[in-house]
Design a protein around this ligand. Structure first.
Ligand code: SIN
Ligand code: FE2
Length: 214
């Protein structure tokens, strides 16, 4: 039995580390607003498969909202104010996104979170995200707030070295993961998504990652 599949419970928070938690179902009251906002966002800044600096097309499709958007191309990873596909600023962050991100951060012990970037990832079956650190942000004092909708995923939450053993954390529709403080730079990723269609979203998983990037 792999004990890591069942992290310790702390009230309604599951602790993944001293400053890292999963808030089960925290986003459920927001789902209708989030889905409406995604269809607006998608019209103005469609999901696209970006290319990594190594020249690979990402299996995850992404878009952004907020003052800054995370992008990658052959020149590297970075945040931009402009959507490179449209030449226009990224759509503004919908109020419901901002509220959810702040409330989740607060529930995880980060009361002053002011996100200026929301990366929205769309996973189809088989899409994955290899282990990485979030380190394109200017300072690491602010946490990362990550919201899951649709199909379930196995989130890998590792240590400070790429080779450290990773926890395997199931993330379901409505769950929110928050990591900051001494856990802010831990390696993390997502295992290939299995095709178990979700009753609302079908064969996709949407993940929002809120950050203070600038
Ligand atoms: C990310 O690390 O940017 C996304 C994590 C996730 O999809 O759960
Ligand atoms: Fe990440």
């Amino acid at each position: 039995m792999n004990g890591e599949l069942f992290p310790p419970l702390e009230g309604e928070r599951e602790a993944l580390g001293p400053c890292a938690f999963v808030l089960r179902g925290f986003a459920l009251p927001y789902v209708d607003e989030l889905l409406t906002a995604i269809s607006d966002l998608e019209r103005n800044a469609p999901f696209r498969h970006m290319v990594t600096p190594g020249g690979f097309s990402m299996s995850v499709a992404l878009t952004n909202c907020g003052a800054l958007g995370w992008t990658t191309d052959k020149r590297g990873y970075r945040y931009t104010e402009i959507d490179p596909d449209s030449g226009k600023p990224w759509p503004t962050m919908p109020p419901a996104f901002d509220r959810l991100a702040r409330e989740a951060a607060c529930a995880a012990g980060f009361p002053d979170f002011r996100p200026d970037a929301c990366l929205v990832n769309r996973y189809r079956p088989g899409a994955r995200l290899s282990l990485h650190q979030d380190k394109n942000e200017r300072d690491y004092d602010a946490p990362i707030v990550s919201v899951s909708l649709g199909m379930s995923a196995v989130f890998l939450f590792g240590g400070h070295e790429r080779g450290d053993k990773a926890l395997k954390v199931p993330l379901h529709h409505g769950d929110v993961a928050v990591w900051g403080g001494e856990d802010r730079l831990r390696y993390h990723g997502v295992m290939p998504i299995k095709d178990h269609p979700h009753f609302l979203l079908g064969s996709q998983r949407i993940n929002f990652t809120f950050r203070k990037a600038g």
